[in-house]
Design a protein around this ligand. Sequence first.
Ligand code: NAD
Length: 432
Amino acid sequence: MKIAVIGSGYVGLVAGACLAENGNEVSCVDKDAAKVRMLQRGRIPIYEPGLEELVKRNRAEKRLTFTTNLPQGVRNAQIVFIAVGTPTGEDGSADLRHVMDVAEQIGKAMNGYKVIVDKSTVPVGTAEKVRQVVRKHTNHPFSVVSNSEFHKQGAAIEDFMKPDRVVIGVEDQRAGEIMKELYAPFTRTGAPIMMMDCASAELCKYAANAMLATRISFMNEISNVCEAFGANVDQVRRAVASDRRIGPAFLFPGVGYGGSCFPKDVKAIVRFSGEKKYDFQILKAVEVVNERQKLRLLVKMKQHFGSLEGKKIAVWGLSFKPRTDDMREAPAVPLINGILDEGATVVAYDPEAMKVAKGIFGTRIQLAEKSYAALNGADALAIVTEWNEFREPDFTRIRKQMRTPVIFDGRNLYNPDHIRGLGFTYYSMGRP
Ligand code: NAD
């Protein structure tokens, strides 16, 4: 099929590359000319495992092209995906400016029947708004479909190629059949294609993300209560996870959720529920707990040192989770700002997010080229993101390089008895 994907970010680029991989002819459109030039030269503006090879292969096969020319991309396509950002607006709602702008441009470029697919995460009722905007600018027939993306950054290709399910909101059969045909190659392993009305489809994405965010905040609270009573969250988690009604995923305590989705989607669902006079109390609490949890390591540092004035803190991990360079709403940011506010200096390292971190912190922190280089003369090491390379480091080397061997582990990477046996003072999450 001939497809245009508008927006070449984490979602659009992955969707475009994966759709091309299955034989479709895909034109990725973005208004950011520098990004498009980079992609046209075969360079990838973001880090996502496997994406570079996929883009290279499909570019070479001429199934994947990049352009800033939205009208041309739309005119050549039978299916047009909208995959632009929907950031949090000033009042907490999802800012639909980019989506509506694209809808208008699609309307103006229409030259025949097309399926217009909302891939961005958008509040309930957006498909109808997109329909109205497009209709204003064209008499050609079209269908609007809601098809939120559920992939996880860091495993986005795998998730897109082999999704758990594909949720499609449609209002007419013609678009439903086209979408089924498009996704058939991705669901050969038996994953369901769930067809429903647009409002339900739009809510699915928010419900899933809000549920996951709730699990995280819930477990972080359990972990904090474990600390208060000297209980061990690992034992509690294992027992809770063995209940088949609960299951083991998303039960690890940490430094709070971040990224471009959970924080903004939790805010948005609270906001649009409020517009219907529904007070979504649980999610308001989920957010408060998460903000507090992001500073949990700072509280532990202050308890340990008394004052952080003049201390040098090494930080391992800056991205909001491993296998991505994305630092949007990353817990590392408020934590580092908090450490700096207390008068300490920070030397940080991340395997992929250094460039992004430079943009956020400038010269306020030092960035180390390698993980061990961050440790020289450090009074403490804070582990914020659970990259694999931090899991089994050379502790003898770490001890030698640090001024004082103190570790604040926000991800419970190490065995407390073992690491204390090596001479470290060790603080983790929810474990005595
Ligand atoms: P992003 O910011 O990485 O990418 C958006 C892209 O759209 C940018 O390259 C921007 O230049 C482009 N753009 C904006 N306005 C445009 C316009 N008028 N014309 C052409 N291009 C335009 O965002 P993202 O992370 O890919 O997220 C996109 C949407 O998908 C959001 O609604 C997000 O909530 C949702 N989502 C994201 C993820 C994720 O893993 N990041 C997962 C699921 C859903």
